[in-house]
Write a protein that binds this ligand. Structure first.
Ligand SMILES: Cc1cc2nc3c(=O)[nH]c(=O)nc-3n(C[C@H](O)[C@H](O)[C@H](O)COP(=O)(O)OP(=O)(O)OC[C@H]3O[C@@H](n4cnc5c(N)ncnc54)[C@H](O)[C@@H]3O)c2cc1C
Length: 630
């Protein structure tokens, strides 16, 4: 018997993480289900390359750097002589990851590429691959995307308020930066809503905007000298309690213009030109400073540690009104529709990667089976059942998430007549917006909450190593993903806030009927009598119940609708591309949720066993050991 030492004895073989574009069976199924085959073929080479690149050592080194060299305020917010100086410093890894995302067009793709209503699907399929390797740089990108969409609507929609020529120049300049792929030009955006009074209820905003145009007798001060962009006529003061993307170039924020009016939305650049500033080498005339902003302090957080989240004091920040005074909630909802999807896709990206790590670990980790027998975890019936169950939930949420994205895409670009069809149900034009109104809050509420224990489950699947920070093997770092994943159920609306928002959408005196009709259209088209019946019961409850009586049950109600929609989409998936494992996944999901399973799906699902679980986890036909094909 040889005793073990630090370098001898059993040393665990390194798990190999494979390109998720190919390796993640759910990802492939969803991409093929939602995209017409010509679009799928067109995007494959680029997306597959992205899937490979995001696993490179270079990218993981940047992630480690971004997490290790966390953002800080130089001099704790003061210069050497005690003058206030809000200088935020972010690490090199953070900047490199951001630049990489810009170049890959994680936001720009939706604005410079046209795959018709499938463009959003293509964009978010790419984001899904990038999420777990981007160290939260997709958070500012999400707000960049939302801001681009908002400005796009004001620049190009005939329904928007008419812009003055100067406003048009200012918005166009920002829009061009937001949608650029050139890292030297691309802007990200902040989105400042949350104040100490509560992020869930922005009507209590204490930030005040005063219309105070610059006198016409002198040139208007500039935001940017090189681009001749003037500062806005509104002077904004207040305190913003949470600002992620503090390193962004602009922000969209909420403020009150009058006590009797609702909140209004504003655009403001982060910096402004100050010709009187003198640099330490004596140069003057070119200096810039923050636009009336003081970074009060950076937040110390459980996760998202690479992300510079700050408290900001605003004093005379100069901005431009977006849309009508008092209609800020309406304006910000354009952004929220986008940022909520980004948040959900990040949860899916974290879970997708965590499952990939758990799968790869199971292939190489030997465990005991009693009587001295040792097998790989990937052949252990209980471990495989556990991973299969998690994969089933993951796939259900992938279907719901990407169906919401499909609705978003249809809202932005309608389906050209005669275009190649997707295999998923396409709502009639008049139901697209009512459907999106419900799905937008419903999917975020359900997915971001449900993902958290699943990512934890993947951490547990690696045993003690899963609980480690693993910065020395960053590709295995599920604990980082878990910490980052937890915030998904809080920002952009907590689970309960979004559940009550979904209820509000369904009970709305003007548009509620149409939202219910949209769900009718989706669910009543299903072959499953059990799902149709369950929905009819819930619908009856929603239609007859008073909103205040239904409120305490909102989370349960909304989660139940989510489970019905997931089941409807599972059945669509089974029909589009039948196979034993997808039928079993569908049946097990429905059974777990208490829906009686139709004969066709149920029968094959009963054929359980290790091999089926392995096929659910790894995919049919995959080789999980030399010579052992599923
Ligand atoms: C890391 C991080 C970064 C963030 N970045 C930003 C940012 O860049 N910009 C920004 O604007 N915000 C940002 N936020 C703030 C975030 O959006 C808010 O924290 C969130 O909306 C909740 O608001 P709150 O913290 O004020 O909690 P509250 O609104 O006070 O909520 C506290 C609790 O009350 C419950 N609750 C409140 N109202 C209701 C209701 N009507 N019905 C049922 N339950 C209710 C909530 O569910 C929650 O459980 C960030 C937060 C974090 C953690």
């Amino acid at each position: 018997m040889e005793p073990s030492s630090s370098n001898t004895g059993f040393i665990q073989q390194q798990p190999v993480i494979k390109n998720q574009f190919y390796d993640d069976v759910s990802y492939q199924r969803v991409a093929r289900l939602f995209l017409p085959s010509d679009v799928f073929d067109k995007i494959t080479p680029d997306a597959a390359q992205l899937g490979q690149e995001v696993l490179s050592q270079q990218v993981f080194d940047w992630v480690t750097d971004a997490e290790h060299n966390q953002p800080y305020l130089r001099g704790n917010g003061r210069d050497s002589f005690g003058r206030p100086k809000s200088e935020l410093v972010v690490g090199e890894g953070w900047r490199k990851l951001q630049d990489y995302g810009f170049e890959k067009g994680v936001v720009a793709l939706n604005y410079d590429t046209d795959h018709g209503p499938y463009t959003r699907l293509v964009q978010f399929l790419r984001c899904h691959l990038w999420e777990a390797s981007c160290a939260n740089t997709l958070c500012p990108a999400a707000m960049q995307d939302g801001a681009a969409r908002l400005l796009q609507r004001h620049l190009f929609s005939s329904a928007a308020r008419k812009l003055s020529p100067t406003e048009r120049d200012v918005f166009q300049n920002a829009y061009t930066h937001l949608t650029s792929r050139d890292p030297t030009k691309t802007w990200t955006s902040g989105q400042w809503m949350t104040e100490r009074t509560g992020g869930s209820d922005v009507s209590q905003t204490e930030t005040v905007a005063i219309y105070d145009p610059f006198p016409s007798s002198a040139p208007v001060p500039l935001a940017s000298q090189s681009e001749s962009i003037p500062l806005g006529p509104w002077s904004i003061s207040g305190f913003k309690w949470f600002s992620s993307a503090t390193d962004s170039n602009m922000t969209i924020l909420l403020a009150k213009t009058h006590p009797s009016k609702g909140v209004s939305a504003f655009f403001a650049p982060m910096r402004r030109h100050n010709p009187s500033l003198v640099s330490h080498t004596g140069e003057s005339g070119n200096g810039t400073e923050l636009n009336g902003i003081t970074i009060q302090r950076l937040k110390h957080k459980f996760g998202t540690q690479s992300l510079p989240t700050a408290e900001l004091e605003l004093k005379g920040m100069r901005g431009w009104l977006i849309g009508e005074e008092g209609k800020g909630i309406q304006e910000i909802s354009t952004i929220l529709n986008i940022t909520r999807v980004h948040t959900t896709v990040s949860s899916m990206g974290y879970l997708g990667r965590s499952l990939a790590i758990a799968r790869s670990f199971a292939l190489v980790r030997p465990v005991g089976m009693g009587k001295g027998k040792r097998i790989a975890l990937s052949s252990h019936p209980l471990h495989m059942r556990t991973l299969a169950n998690m994969t089933i939930d993951y796939h259900g949420m992938m279907l719901l998430t990407f169906y919401t994205i499909y609705a978003l895409g249809l809202d932005e670009r309608s389906l050209p007549s005669g275009s190649a069809a997707t295999k998923v149900p396409t709502p009639p034009k008049e139901l697209v917006q009512p459907l999106l109104r419900v799905l937008s809050s419903l999917h975020k509420s359900y997915v971001c909450e449900t993902t958290v224990p699943l990512v934890y489950g993947c951490m547990e699947a690696l045993g003690g190593v899963g609980y480690m920070q693993n910065v020395e093997s960053e590709h295995l770092n599920i604990s980082r993903l878990f910490r980052d994943c937890c915030v998904g159920a809080i920002w952009e609306g907590t689970t309960d806030v979004l559940a009550s928002d979904t209820l509000r959408a369904l009970k709305h005196p003007l548009s509620g009927k149409q939202s219910v009709q949209a769900l009718d259209w989706l669910i009543l088209s299903s072959k499953s009598a059990a799902l149709r019946e369950e929905w009819q019961g819930l619908k009856n409850k929603i239609e007859t119940g008073k909103q205040e009586e239904l409120l305490p049950e909102a989370r349960g109600l909304v989660f139940r609708i989510a489970e019905i929609i997931v089941s409807v989409l599972y059945l669509v998936d089974v029909e589009a591309s039948p196979a034993v494992e997808i039928e079993a996944m569908c049946a097990r999901f429905m059974e777990k949720k208490g829906f009686s399973v139709e004969e066709a799906v149920g029968k094959r699902a009963k054929e359980g066993g290790l091999k089926l679980d392995q096929a659910i986890v790894y995919g049919a036909g995959k080789e999980i050991a030399p010579g052992a094909k599923l």
